[in-house]
Every structure is written in structure tokens, then in C-alpha cells.
Design a protein around this ligand. Structure first.
Ligand SMILES: [Zn+2]
Length: 135
């Protein structure tokens, strides 16, 4: 049974308990890595500057002290930790996460389908490792 490494656990610990529950379940089936939980003002400013986020501090769901968003991607050994070019695999992983979240009753939104219509080609800003609580 797979589990998270130390860095992933540290990042996940900054997130709302339902996100922790969700991804602790996910990782037992689909090896993955937590890239970001809570984001400080400096980190958020950098994310916006680098084009990784469109949301200025403090409006991102990564910004509350208990983060309402988490960035998690499928672990990829050759392209460690994640193959950012492999949109299909990122989407496969996200579909798995969405399935587990639905079964567990944890309402989340994925950054590859912001409007939640299950269509992925109409997404105007891809953030394929981003998952956030809807409520
Ligand atoms: Zn994110």
C-alpha cells in the first residue's frame, strides 16, 4: 500500500481535514505527490507572477491558514515528480480523485474543469493538479 512521503505529508497537513481524508485514500490506490497546500502571501505572489495561478492574495483557496485547496499530481518516476506534458495522465488521475471524492461525499472542483460540466476542452485556464473544496 502506497503512502505519502514526508514532504507530501507536511504539505497535506496544512489542508482542510476533508482534503487530507480524500488524498490519504487516493494515494493507497494511485501513487501521487502533494505539491502545495497552504500558500503564504509571498508564495501566492510568486505563483501569480509565474503564471501558475490567476488569483491574487488572499483570494486563492490555497491562502487560508487551513488551506481549502491542494495541488496533487500522479507520481511519475522518469519525469520526477510529475510529467507536466502528460495531460492525459493528469486527467486520468483527476478523474480518479473526482470519483473517490464523489463516493466519499467530499465536494471538490478540479482545475481542469472549473465549471464542473465534465467537459475538459472548454477549460480556459488549466491547473491540472489543483483540487479545491466547493463548500
Ligand atoms: Zn492549486
Amino acid at each position: 500500500m502506497a503512502g505519502f512521503g514526508v514532504r507530501s505529508e507536511e504539505r497535506l497537513a496544512t489542508c482542510e481535514v476533508r482534503l487530507q481524508e480524500l488524498f490519504r485514500e487516493v494515494v493507497t490506490h494511485f501513487d501521487c505527490v502533494v505539491l502545495c497546500g497552504h500558500r503564504s502571501k509571498a508564495d501566492q505572489d510568486a505563483a501569480v507572477r509565474d503564471g501558475k495561478s490567476k488569483t491574487p492574495w488572499p483570494k486563492s483557496k490555497h491562502n487560508p491558514v487551513v488551506s481549502l485547496a491542494v495541488d496533487v499530481g500522479p507520481f511519475d518516476r522518469p519525469a520526477f515528480p510529475i510529467d507536466w506534458e502528460d495531460r492525459e495522465r493528469l486527467s486520468l488521475f483527476a478523474g480518479f480523485v473526482l470519483g473517490v471524492s464523489r463516493i466519499r461525499g467530499i465536494p471538490i472542483r478540479w482545475g481542469g474543469d472549473w465549471d464542473g460540466d465534465t467537459q475538459v476542452k472548454d477549460n480556459d485556464f488549466d491547473d491540472l493538479v489543483h483540487f479545491e473544496l466547493i463548500s
